[in-house]
Design a binder for this molecule. Sequence first.
Ligand code: NDP
Length: 263
Amino acid sequence: MSSPSLPTRRIADFSLDGRIALVTGAGRGIGFSIARGFAEAGATVIINDVNPAAAQAASDVLCADGYKAEPQAFDVTDHPAGAAAIDTIVARHGKLDILMNNAGILIRKPVETHDMSDWDKVIAINLTSLYALAREATRHMRKAGYGRIINTASLMGISSRPGVISYVAAKHGVVGITRALAAELGAYGITVNAIGPGYIETEINKATLADGRFHKQVVDRTPLARWASPDELAGPAVFLASAAAGFVSGHVLMVDGGMSATL
Ligand code: NDP
């Protein structure tokens, strides 16, 4: 007797088979983990980083593991380069389904020394680039009548702490852009959401990870009583990119071990 074939997934479809995804700042850290998650779910992943060697190396790692990945290095603040990269992706693959705006930096300085060049740099990378890339991506997504934009926000997008003013301003802006784009683009079949990481063990936190007192404070304030690995952002991002999240838009999915629930 032949075994019955499995039914097609209808209500829990987390597959990204056939999807084309661009992930910015994916040479390492959270971006790389999300790129791997997308690839594991079946997508072809375009790995962006400002550093060409990092983009190539991350792409090589995924390809060596049998996934579909390719590098596309550019500085996310170089808007013509971002537009050209998106055009190249669409020319090569016929579409861009998923834009994961993840690249970001953090400058830790008190207001007195947090000068305008610090401010401009953080806003350009963490905020303005998201809008520029979303504009370019949605030129194609609108025509396709489908798209997923996911932005990396932060706990600092819904709260604050001293010493990171430009980062807090940028991440609050990321939440605003996410909501505004969701409101405007839903009519074209495009969903726009954000993930909001709490404290994750990556390069961006090198200084704070080395500060034992701060490290413990984070542990003490986090209901799950630990920092997270960047890999723990992959599942939430895959969910938001998948058919399972088809009616989720304008949402910030906090991935913070419960810390925001205690604010
Ligand atoms: P990392 O510093 O490990 O990774 C950031 C990546 O972005 C690097 O690969 C970096 O490249 C790249 N990048 C920096 N500037 C640019 C640019 N101009 N153009 C293209 N790529 C660029 O940090 P995380 O992985 O932790 O951070 C990823 C995102 O997550 C950021 O948006 C961050 O704000 C956010 N986040 C992180 C949290 C955490 O606790 N780690 C908490 C909340 C949010 P290069 O290697 O060349 O520097």
